[in-house]
Design a binder for this molecule. Structure first.
Ligand SMILES: Cc1ncc(COP(=O)(O)O)c(C=O)c1O
Length: 405
């Protein structure tokens, strides 16, 4: 398989592919041509026909690559909008039912992305009975708890992410979906982190709804997908026109949609590229274990995304480590990019029963399709040196390794 080219960066080595992916060179080279279809896709005249055709083509390629029907895909602005749309739509439809005086139950995992957590939390004052299913120390969902919660009261929706963005642990979504359906609930999965890391076949998975984001898959930002299985009702979160068959109002971002379509042409490569990333990630972890005493990995014992490492490095503050590595030209993260800047430890890591200290000593490394062996070697080298230096400060030594008097 050919190397996958992404736009080069003068800033250093990018190892934060769960936050976003660099733009594919193929996409970047096609953008000027795709921009020419600047008309409004809803216009009937020739200026509208160009972008409409571009969108039709992208939808076709994406549906083929994801194993669903063209019209089961709704273009949105990204994963956050897709997640919120499903939750709101299911809630609103339940409210319209004659038993609307009862509380409406929805169940999620305790480690969902804030776009799911906040969408549910916002509905609690409006009558949502929100149950969060705990996860194990490894990040694995407690399926017994889920079944008990389903048996306790009628449930409208179960939402469980496919894979966690901070630890990479893959949740048992197929089992969760089967349980949800057994008890008459709809099932949604936030699959934003799955794209490009594991092969996805929506027909086999049997979910009712699923969310995706283009910027996690080497395409442009501000574009996502909402899979809504045939027969599902989906009300538009945004009010306005009848775009996307009334399921998402607003003039479509035809450029970003077309770019997403270009990347859809690479979906058949996912298995092979995932294996390459897994080999590289496993090599990186071996090196880390050999060179950094006391390092451990979050979610190590459960199924994990092949590109992701979430490490606990005792005696080192994750944020300080990140900044030091950044100065050396390596981009990694302590957790989710959307919660960076918060002084609080990651809620996801706390939900996995890590102590505050462990959560604050965590580092996330996310490899991508264009990451090289040499980059990983350079990174581990820099990590080892930085950890040794930061740990020596902790033990009262100065920058020259001398003990403070
Ligand atoms: C698991 C998960 N869900 C949702 C999102 C949000 O996607 P977007 O940035 O496209 O709104 C992210 C992005 O970080 C994510 O990792």
């Amino acid at each position: 398989m050919q190397d996958f080219a992404t736009l080069p960066s003068k800033k250093g080595v990018y190892l934060d592919h769960n936050a976003t992916t660099p733009l594919s060179v193929e996409v970047a080279e096609k953008v000027p041509e795709l921009m020419m279809a600047w008309g409004n896709p809803s216009s009937i005249h020739q200026f509208g026909r160009g972008p409409k055709a571009v969108m039709r083509e992208a939808r076709k390629k994406l549906s083929q690559g994801l194993g669903c029907r063209d019209l089961e895909l709704v273009f949105t602005s990204g994963g956050s909008e897709s997640n919120t749309s499903v939750i709101r739509s299911v809630f609103d439809q339940q409210q319209l039912k004659p038993v609307a005086d009862q509380r409406i139950r929805m169940i999620s995992s305790s480690v969902e992305h804030p776009a799911v957590q906040q969408a549910m939390a916002d509905l609690v004052p409006h009558g949502l009975d929100w149950v969060q299913v705990p996860v194990s120390r490894g990040g694995q969902l407690d399926l017994e708890f889920l079944e008990k919660a389903l048996a306790e009261a009628p449930t409208a929706l179960v939402s469980v992410m496919f894979a966690n963005n901070e630890t990479g642990s893959i949740l048992p979504v197929e089992a969760a979906c089967r349980l949800a359906h057994e008890y008459g609930a709809l099932f949604h999965s936030d699959m934003v982190q799955a794209l490009g890391k594991v092969p996805v076949n929506l027909a086999d998975l049997g979910f009712d709804f699923a969310s995706f984001s283009a910027h996690k898959f080497y395409a442009l930002k501000g574009c996502g997908l909402l899979f809504s299985r045939t027969g599902m009702q989906l009300d538009s979160l945004i009010k306005g026109g009848r775009q996307e068959r009334g399921r998402r109002a607003g003039t479509e971002n035809a450029l970003a949609i077309a770019a997403f379509g270009v990347m859809a042409g690479h979906l058949h490569e996912v298995s092979e590229r995932a294996e390459t990333m897994r080999t590289l990630r496993d090599f990186m972890e071996q090196q880390m274990v050999q060179r950094i005493p006391e390092i451990t990995f979050n979610g190590h014992e459960v199924e994990r995304l092949p590109n992701c490492t979430s490490a606990i490095i005792p005696g080192v503050d994750g944020e300080t480590l990140l900044m030091n590595l950044d100065m050396k030209g390596f981009a990694v993260s302590t957790g989710a990019a959307c919660s960076s800047g918060s002084p609080e430890p990651s809620p996801t890591l706390l939900a996995m029963s890590l102590s505050r200290e462990e959560a604050q000593s965590s580092l996330r490394v996310g490899l991508g399709w264009s990451t090289t062996h040499a980059q990983v070697e350079q990174f581990v080298e820099a990590l080892e040196k930085t950890v040794v230096r930061l740990r020596s400060f902790q033990h009262g030594e100065n920058a020259y390794g001398e003990k403070a008097k």
